[in-house]
Ligand binder design. Structure first.
Ligand code: GCO
Ligand code: MG
Length: 412
């Protein structure tokens, strides 16, 4: 199993994706997701200029060794670009190992710890009526856990709100929020934390009154609050029994969560922008979070994220892997194999990809009655149709950013 071909494939069916494809001398192929939303070509360059030459001629069976070699031999460690590149290699090697063994990857990770993965979808609306329609629509599409984001009076455009409110308005493709805008420069959105803090508890009260106490509800603060503001929000949402409050403060400052924790019992999730176990060291040890939000794609692959989650498991902290549409079907499949195998699975984020994306990436994972399953195909169970991928060249897309009323740039 010697790697004799390594290709970096960029395609933009509904959005941009970066995929690494490895081929061994005995004809096995493996896929890895290296998509870093809004900065895709930095990872393409890291892979093609610096990683591909190191892979050719290597033994594809030595996954841990490849990981340690790529991480340590670069000297310059961590960061989203490096860790997405290493993740892609790691996923592709697990895919190859599974195919060589004739087993789905979850079997190689210890086998299934459960029969399926509870997943949550994104409901949103500019106002409560639109939000309710969206929640209902998600329930009709099988979701049993729902993230709730709404517009805030006085703010024109904010994170998390779909521009088209229904599946119908999206021509049946999907209903979700796709923040990166293709072509042009980043969109400017507006933000006011006080208005947000006043409004959000009223939204959750309305949602609980309409949909009852059972439905697991989630909310994403998307890094926009100070610690004391986050504490206030967590406290004001306690009556509505959230499954989690995500990214309540900017993720870089781990100490901020101490203050939030002192004031609220609302469960906290963090880490979609983290990429190593060291980013989690303090918040896990001090039990400042309840869910790990990292994606396999951005955290050095299955090998490294499993180490993060094993560490978290000592503190009863569970997984809540990142799964918006900027994680490709390959990255989603990797998350599902890992989630099925580990004991401390919590929930999986799942936004359905569009039809074009599904035609480029043939998937064997399944969605039924609110639960995902990675399927029984050997390896990760996703194949890439190169001809289909070739129809969609890369289109530059930027994520939006925020400004406050006085023009100050704010976390988005
Ligand atoms: C989530 C995330 C995404 C990010 C996106 C940025 O919880 O799903 O916050 O919506 O904004 O991944 O590329
Ligand atoms: Mg998030």
């Amino acid at each position: 199993m010697i790697i004799d071909k390594a290709e970096v494939i960029v395609t933009s069916p509904d959005r941009n994706f970066v995929t690494l494809k490895l081929t061994t001398d005995d004809g096995l192929t493996g896929l890895g997701d290296a998509t870093l939303n809004g900065r895709e070509l930095a990872v393409v360059s890291y892979l093609s200029e610096h990683v591909v030459p190191l892979l050719l001629g290597r033994d594809a069976s030595r996954i841990e060794d490849a990981w340690q070699f790529l991480y340590r031999s670069a000297y310059w460690r961590r960061g989203p670009v490096t860790m997405a590149a290493i993740a892609a290699v790691d996923m592709a090697l697990w895919d190859i190992k599974g195919k060589a063994a004739g087993m789905p990857v979850y079997q190689l990770l210890g086998g299934a710890s459960r029969s399926g993965l509870l997943a949550y979808g994104h409901a949103s609306g500019k106002d409560t009526d639109e939000l309710f329609d969206s929640v209902r629509e998600h329930q009709e599409h099988g979701y049993r856990a729902i993230r709730v984001q709404t517009g805030v009076p006085g703010l024109k455009s904010i994170y998390g709100i779909a521009s088209n409110a229904t599946y119908e308005a999206n021509a049946g493709v999907r209903y979700d929020h796709e923040p990166a805008q293709r072509g042009g420069l980043p969109n400017e959105e507006d933000w006011d934390t006080r208005s947000y803090l006043r409004h959000i508890p009223t939204v959750f009260e309305a949602v609980r009154n309409e949909f009852g106490p059972e439905l697991p509800l989630l909310h994403d603060g998307h890094h926009r609050m100070t610690p004391i503001q986050a504490a206030q929000l967590g406290k004001s949402l306690e009556p509505y029994d959230l499954f989690w409050l995500e990214d309540c403060t900017p993720a870089e400052n781990q100490e901020a969560l101490r203050l939030v924790r002192q004031h609220t019992t609302t469960p906290l999730a963090i880490g979609e922008i983290f990429n190593t176990v060291w980013d989690y060291q303090q918040i896990v040890r001090e039990q400042l979070i309840d869910y790990v939000r990292s994606a396999v794609t951005h955290t050095g692959g299955i090998t490294h994220l499993k180490k993060v989650l094993d560490y978290a498991s000592q503190y009863q902290i569970k997984s809540g892997m990142h799964g918006p549409t900027d994680i490709s079907p390959v990255g989603m499949a990797a998350a599902m194999h890992l989630g099925l195998a580990i004991h401390n699975f919590g929930i999986q984020e799942y936004m359905k990809h569009g039809e074009k994306t599904d035609a480029v990436f043939q998937q064997s994972y399944t969605w039924a009655d609110g639960f995902l399953h990675p399927g029984e195909q050997p390896g990760l169970g996703v194949e890439l149709d190169v001809d289909e991928a070739g129809k969609y060249p890369y289109i530059r897309a930027y994520l939006p950013y925020n400004r406050l009323a006085d023009g100050t740039v704010h976390d988005w």
